[in-house]
Design a protein around this ligand. Structure first.
Ligand code: PLP
Length: 421
């Protein structure tokens, strides 16, 4: 099997560990920037093209500051994510709120920041109007139902909780137009971690069709089409990344025919990609604590599913490199485990690796999206630090590790003294 490349050497990591003990996440700034530029370049034909980083993938203000400098916006879906955008200094159309089951206070903060609001349901039009007032610009999320096959993680669109039906969205534009909303957008997202490039071209086609229909039936001219996220990454060494040039060329062809051809240009294209932006450029670095041999062979790590949930949650594959043993034969079979009292707390099951020992350093690949972010504190486990590997090789801590005091921060031990039992 092909080995995945690392942006650092064993010596470098050993040096980092002297001041930043394992486990930690480390992000590769250079690769994130290059990837961001490639993404924007691929769609440079589309005037006004913008990618809004789905911040849930890696909600760190340092990463957001880097991406913002590269020209990215931010896609939020909670009050904390909006607040993060605010604290990074983002305002107005740099921010999209694509939420669901949204509370009024989220709409309020989005409105205060001048963010683009992307509604998830027809009932939210009246809700937003009542609690916050309708802004000049509104987008709505389309659920194409049985028009489109979903993929494994999101499931069939008809079963998904997201978005307006076809009928509802047409009605939505009529209502918003009657209420003097001035600028309109449309959004859909029906896949997650999808590697088939044609999938995104088909999604654009569905949206373009709807844009034509909305124009005919309501007279509304839609100004931006948000293709959502869902661009997959090659977790397995033999997989290939989505070819964005191919996706872009396919969409451009449809744009010429359907949008330009029907007098509906200009239409700005937007994405809310998360995984594909930082996923491959973040690594979980963890040391072997114990080797255990029972009915199977276990490598017990100092990281656990708190640091990376995807293998436990989805059975997802994450490639593992044992530092310094890249060229050794894969002679041993291990379950690579954490210390949580849950048997699914495993980074890999029956993984062939070189023979490993206590204190060996493992690097778990593709942990840069939905990695640190997804962790919880179950079993009193604490979340690890995040480090940034800068282009000049410097290491910047961008989030400290949690302490036991953080874990207790929501408890009142002073009050406990007066609590008689
Ligand atoms: C999760 C999510 C995204 C990003 O998905 P990725 O798979 O990380 O690209 C974008 N938009 C919405 C509404 C989401 O929920």
């Amino acid at each position: 099997m092909a080995e995945k490349k690392l942006p650092f050497s064993k010596e470098q990591i050993e040096k980092i560990i002297e001041t930043h003990p394992t486990p930690f996440h480390i992000y590769d700034e250079k690769a994130i920037r290059e990837n961001a530029r490639n993404f924007l370049n691929a769609f440079s034909w589309n005037e006004g093209f913008k990618e809004y980083f789905a911040i849930k993938a890696a909600p760190n203000p340092y990463l957001m500051k880097i991406l913002r400098e590269e020209g990215f916006g931010i896609d939020c879906s909670s009050i904390a994510e909006l607040e993060l955008a605010k604290r990074v200094g983002m305002r107005g159309e740099e921010i999209i709120l694509t939420s669901n089951d949204t509370p009024a206070y989220e709409f309020q903060l989005a409105s205060d920041l001048g963010a683009i609001i992307n509604l998830d349901d027809i009932s939210h039009i009246a809700f937003l109007e009542k609690h916050v007032g309708l802004p000049d610009t509104i987008s709505m999320r389309y659920n194409p139902g049985d028009l489109k096959q979903g993929n494994l993680i999101i499931g069939h669109p008809e079963d998904a909780k997201y978005g307006f039906t076809h009928e509802q969205i047409i009605e939505g534009y009529k209502i918003l137009k009657s209420k003097a909303v001035k600028h309109f957008g449309i959004h859909t997202m029906v896949a997650s971690n999808e590697l088939d490039p044609d999938y995104f071209i088909e999604t654009a086609e569905i949206l373009f069709k709807l844009i034509i229909e909305v124009s005919e039936k309501t007279g509304v001219k839609i100004e931006f089409a948000n293709l959502g996220g869902g661009i997959g990454i090659p977790y397995k060494p033999e997989q290939k990344p989505v070819n964005l040039e191919y996706v872009s060329a396919g969409i451009q062809k449809l744009y010429q025919k359907m949008i330009v051809g029907n007098g509906l240009a200009p239409l700005k294209l937007l994405f809310e990609s998360g995984r594909a932006i930082t996923g491959p450029y973040g690594y979980l670095v963890t040391k072997v604590r114990h080797i255990k041999k029972t009915y199977k062979q276990f490598a017990g790590m100092d990281a656990c599913m708190v640091n990376l949930m995807r293998p436990a949650m989805y059975g997802a594959y994450h490639h593992i490199t044992v530092l310094g043993k890249e060229n050794e034969a894969l002679t041993e079979k291990y379950d690579v485990t954490g210390s949580l009292c849950e048997n699914n707390d495993k980074f890999a099951i029956d993984r062939m690796l070189p023979k490993v020992e206590t204190d060996d350093i493992m690097v778990i690949h593709d942990a840069g999206a939905h990695g640190h972010a997804m962790g919880f504190n179950y079993n009193g486990k604490l979340k690890s630090a995040e480090l940034l590997l800068r282009e000049n090789g410097e290491i910047v801590p961008i989030r400290r590790a949690e302490t036991v005091e953080d874990y207790f921060a929501t408890l009142d031990f002073d009050g406990l003294k007066d609590f008689s039992v």
